[in-house]
Design a protein around this ligand. Structure first.
Ligand code: ZN
Length: 281
């Protein structure tokens, strides 16, 4: 396994390429040999929330899935994927029966869940239950977590270009505010890791589905800033800028750390983002 060389930056306000403000907060730890992105600052603000983000490091898969590929239908051997999942779940102490997984069909549908399982036809999950770990699998698309500490309501979303344009973030905030009556003034959100604007080129017809602020044409291509779009959607739904956090990494810019569907032309693995309301001690 490659040696991990990551710095843990101080919490500071940053701007996306489009000048959208956010905080960058992910820190790296190593548990049972697996590097994990965690959010100590966010968990301090939002007690009860637990988030783990994986990188490509710490597993057993050979190239181009090296090494912690958690995606099943990407070309890697199932035995490798199963072993990687086992290693991860042991490292984070989450039993597999707790995993609630969205099928992820690049849509904007969301399921409300109370137990583990595969939820078909959705790209987002909402829960108020403990002993459920919401799971989002990505390799360039953005995982987005929204949590309201006072109501104990948690959402995990898979936000790619289609789901974003389809309004999945707005949809999640509708469920959280209407069904669970969350106070968006005190809700927090995490966005990413995902592909940055410089790395993400799209067809014109796809770019034009997004506001002018997050798309730009240069060097012969349309570029889409999905990170800025996610943050703006969260803002529009009522979240305060001070409560929106960015993992701080582009999956495509960092081949040493992340899989990237775009950069690796589809032959690559998947990371997991796990979010749960911590069980009572
Ligand atoms: Zn990039």
């Amino acid at each position: 396994m490659k040696e991990l060389s990551l710095s843990n930056p101080e919490l500071s306000i940053e701007q996306t390429d489009q000048g959208v403000e956010h905080y960058s907060v992910m820190e790296w730890i190593r548990q049972a040999g697996i590097p994990l992105g965690i959010l100590p600052v966010v968990e301090l603000i939002a007690p009860g929330l637990k988030v783990f983000l994986t990188s490509r490091l710490g597993g057993i898969s050979p190239p181009p899935y090296d090494s912690l590929n958690l995606g099943r239908k990407v070309g890697d051997r199932w035995s490798n994927v199963a072993k990687n999942r086992k290693l991860l779940l042991e490292a984070v102490g989450i039993p597999s029966r707790w995993l609630a997984r969205a099928e992820q069909v690049h849509g904007a549908e969301i399921a409300i869940v109370r137990c583990g399982g595969l939820y078909r036809g959705v790209d987002g999950l909402v829960t108020t239950s403990k002993n459920v770990a919401l799971l989002i699998s990505t390799a360039d698309c953005y995982p987005v977590i929204i949590y309201s500490p006072s109501e104990g309501a948690l959402a995990a979303l898979h936000v790619g270009r289609s789901g974003a344009a389809g309004g999945i973030i707005e949809h999640a905030l509708e469920i959280l505010t209407q069904k669970y009556r969350i106070d968006t003034d005190h809700a927090i959100a995490l966005v990413g890791p995902g592909i940055c604007r410089k790395c993400y080129t799209v067809w014109k017809k796809d770019a034009l589905r997004f506001p002018e602020k997050v798309r730009r044409y240069y060097a012969g291509n349309w570029h889409l800033d999905l990170l800025s779009f996610c943050i703006l959607e969260l803002n529009r739904g009522g979240l305060k800028t001070r409560n929106i956090y960015n993992a701080g990494y582009c999956t495509s810019c960092r081949p040493d750390l992340f899989f990237s569907h775009v950069r690796d032309q589809g032959k690559t693995g998947r990371h997991w983002t796990l979010a749960m309301i911590a069980p009572s001690p």
